[in-house]
Design a binder for this molecule. Structure first.
Ligand SMILES: CC(=O)N[C@H](C=O)[C@@H](O)[C@H](O)[C@H](O)COP(=O)(O)O
Length: 227
């Protein structure tokens, strides 16, 4: 079955995530962040965990990309690692399921099953990849959106402090699915450059919703002037 739900308009997606060890974790804080993002013109929200996905779905009209981060001992795959999380994300009401589609631990072979499970429920899939080859493979497996989320976070992908716009450009020229530029976008200028490079969507997370990281940049900037 072709997924009925998904992202409607090109543009900004705000990632509203706070893990257990982060100061903004818990309660309705991420839901309030999502409401603020929608007011600002975001066309989608990316959220982690059943609680936040469900709460954000009730609070905003724009589509929600859901993921569940879970660390399984002995595995490096932590973004929606198994079919169980796919079902939980769908049950929580997400419009799009985000999952790791990297070439590790036989994941490319198993990803088809997870993608099909989402599609069978009428839900779209965002493949979080780290390289060009993974992006092309993910599109071939039927992923509806290809995100550069994991570029810089697998041992074999390019490390950088900046967004991987080279990957965005290469994928947008080759992959048969819309490209989502995600990871290390800190300024509106970088977001615009990602769209210029061919992205259909830009996900911004930390620069909007992780105040401890935002404030740290200011603290570092003024540090040399301290007496
Ligand atoms: C690598 C990984 O675990 N990325 C996670 C994926 O959901 C999030 O922690 C990031 O915040 C998200 O990708 C947005 O990126 P940035 O926060 O850089 O704008």
């Amino acid at each position: 079955m072709k997924p009925g739900k998904g992202l409607q308009n090109r543009g900004l997606i705000v990632s509203c995530q706070a893990l257990e060890d982060e100061p903004l974790h818990g309660g309705d804080t991420m839901t309030k962040m999502a409401i603020a993002a929608e007011l600002a013109g975001a066309v989608g929200i990316r959220a982690n965990g059943v609680h936040d996905i469900r709460s954000i779905k009730q609070a905003v009209k724009v589509p929600v990309i859901g993921l569940i981060k879970r660390h399984i001992p002995g595995s490096a795959i932590f973004i929606t690692p198994t079919l169980e999380e796919v079902h939980d994300i769908i049950a929580a009401g997400a419009d799009v399921v985000a999952l790791d589609v990297t070439d590790r631990e036989g994941r490319l072979d198993r990803a088809a099953e997870l993608i099909q499970a989402a599609h069978a429920a009428g839900v779209s899939v965002m493949a979080d990849v780290s390289t060009f080859e993974e992006g092309v493979a993910a599109a071939g497996l039927g992923a509806d959106y290809i995100g550069t989320t994991l570029s810089g976070y697998t041992p074999y992908s390019a490390k950088s402090e900046s967004p991987d716009l080279y990957l965005v450009r290469k994928l947008s020229e080759a992959a048969k699915a819309p490209i989502i530029s995600e990871g290390r976008i800190w300024t509106p200028g970088e977001a615009a450059m990602a769209m210029e490079a061919g992205a259909a969507f830009v996900v911004v997370g930390s620069a909007i919703t992780r105040p401890q990281l935002i404030a740290a940049r200011y603290a570092a900037a003024v540090h040399p002037f301290k007496v």
